[in-house]
Design a protein around this ligand. Sequence first.
Ligand code: TUI
Length: 308
Amino acid sequence: METRITKLLGCEYPIIQGGMAWIAESKLASAVSNAGGIGLIAGGSAPIDYLREQIRACKAMTDKPFGVNIMLMSPNADDLAQLVIDEKVAVVTTGAGNPGKYIPDWKNAGIKVIPVIPSVALAKRMERAGADAVVAEGTESGGHIGEITTMCLVPQVVDALDIPVIAAGGIADGRGIAASFMLGAEGVQVGTRFLAAEECQINAVYKELVVKAKDTDSVVTGRYTGHPCRGVKTKFSKMLANGEKSGTLTPDEFENLTLGSLRKAVQDGNLEEGSFLCGAIAGMINEVKTCDEIVKEMFEQAEKLLNR
Ligand code: TUI
């Protein structure tokens, strides 16, 4: 399935793995790249030495192109922006902010730059700043999200830009890919489906929550802090949602409770204090499979639908 995205990134399938903080490391990223997509290592707020190690480990596990996601609210964003240049990483995606100030140096280094954006206005700004493509991320996504649904956001971003658009948010099978293409996207970014990949190194408790989730099991918390996040409904996320709604938690108290909660979910499987981020499509995911199986099945189904 050739599109401007496969040509730009030099991959077989136009699929990018989501840059999930604490989750997306070298084993997952190399497995997605070896499957013909673009795997990503998530910078999150991780230390630079760890990320350098992860990039080098990924290079050892795949000859295919892979990328790094830079979470722009991280205190290490400046250092990571330089590290991807030093390590000659093929692709950079960014989230949770405007990467404009880094784009000229990345372009000079030959890096393909793909900001993740939740609105048309930001998408236009990124095109003007020299981005090669954008990921239009709908509110169905896991983690830090915008307000607009994938169905509404993607065609509006496609209409507003000349560069190719990658759809994200609520895509976990071939129907999601086919629908994205109908909306004008030329690729997809998929996060939640890869949480239930064999190569994904999250705690078994986390994987089981995703596999067992049903349609109504994701919840958005933290709108009043300015950082709304979608994750699995657990005792902890329900407590946060109630505290937010009733006003018994101030935004500061909320932020303090969630500090470090991603690590507690991913590494410890801590249901009392962990944030198990996932997208609204988790209800459709019922089985752990390898990245190779996930990618091949998704595109086999999409191609059948699109050729019909
Ligand atoms: O970034 C994500 N998803 C994430 S990041 C994350 S870790 C985190 N930790 C603490 C607070 C917030 C996040 C978990 N999930 N997706 C891409 C995304 N980017 N969604 C929304 C945005 C975004 C928001 C504002 C992009 C640009 C933006 O620009 C504002 C500006 O500076 O103009």
